[in-house]
Design a protein around this ligand. Structure first.
Ligand code: C5P
Length: 288
């Protein structure tokens, strides 16, 4: 009791990475594949650091969780439009009381968190993360699955063709596409609150899913996004693949996403240490 190992430090910077990963991150920072223009004070260390509640309010007020709908230009004029949902995900789903976001991190192994995860009203999982055979550690309930375009079509590209094909195969399954503006609004929240320039690539699905759930739920519990005492280089709980970049980021500004989540966390550090658990208020519960 009282003895607590290290949990995520919210001032983690790329300078704390090993040499290999540091180089990879620096390359991505320089690349700017999407032509992101850094506006405002991004990357300045002279700005006052916002408090957790201030950050939560920024997230609520400056990010709009939006999905593509059939009537939305410019998508409405594409063949794809016929298959897009008529309404926003946020008007079709929820509100939920208590939610879980299950990162796919290797540290979920032997966590025994399954029962706790399933006790939430809604559970968000990522990509192909399985539950069968892993129930004890990750639970079995899945309400929403957030799939990135790499997973969905295996390359970055014909996402719309793949979307249409999938919709034809599973016409009754609700399937939304996140509005790209949403991703970049979240990106801007990260950059504006970090003291150094972050990778100019979209945030990881982990943070996007967390913000999505904050818009649907009264309280959101995120599991093993901030690593617990089970912290490992094992990339995913369901694969024998080891790479620290999965937890610390390379392409995604994952390191900085974790700094932001640590600052927004309302739960005790002990929850992170033992359960890899972060507790965030839903937007509906914030008075901003
Ligand atoms: O790898 P994948 O994108 O499917 O994982 C889902 C999310 O979980 C990632 O976007 C990342 O935010 C988080 N994650 C993590 N640490 C890992 C693996 C995944 O934080 N080791």
């Amino acid at each position: 009791q009282g003895l607590l190992g290290e949990v995520w430090n919210d001032e983690t910077s790329s300078s704390m990475l090993g040499n290999r990963l540091k180089k990879v991150v620096q390359n991505y920072q320089a690349m700017n594949k999407y032509g992101v223009e850094v506006s405002g004070p991004g990357g300045s260390s002279s700005r006052p650091k916002l408090s957790g509640p201030e950050l939560l309010c920024q997230m609520k007020n400056k990010v709009e969780v939006a999905t593509l709908t059939a009537d939305l230009a410019p998508f409405s004029s594409l063949p794809l439009a016929a298959q897009l949902p008529l309404k926003q995900l946020t008007s079709d789903l929820g509100p939920y009381r208590s939610c879980a976001v299950v990162s796919s991190a290797g540290s979920l192994r032997s966590s025994g968190l399954g029962k706790e995860i399933d006790s939430h009203d809604a559970v968000l999982r990522f990509n192909a993360a399985p539950t069968v055979g892993y129930e004890n550690d990750v639970g079995s309930k899945t309400t929403i699955r957030l799939i990135n375009s790499q997973w969905f079509n295996r390359t970055d590209y014909p996402i719309f063709t793949q979307y249409q094909r999938y919709r034809r195969l599973h016409p009754t399954q609700p399937f939304y596409i996140l509005h790209p503006r949403f991703e970049w609004q979240v990106w801007q929240r990260i950059q504006d609150n970090m003291a150094e320039p972050i990778q100019r690539n979209p945030p990881s699905s982990g943070l996007l899913g967390t913000v999505l759930m904050m818009s649907l739920c009264e309280v959101v519990h995120v599991y093993e996004f901030l690593p617990s005492r089970r912290k490992t280089e094992l990339c995913h709980y369901y694969q024998r693949f080891y790479d620290a970049a999965c937890t610390l980021g390379a392409y995604h500004p994952l390191l900085y996403e974790k700094n932001l989540v640590k600052r927004m966390n309302r739960g005790p550090d002990r929850d992170i240490f033992t359960h890899g658990r972060v507790t965030l208020p839903g937007f509906s519960r914030l008075n901003c």
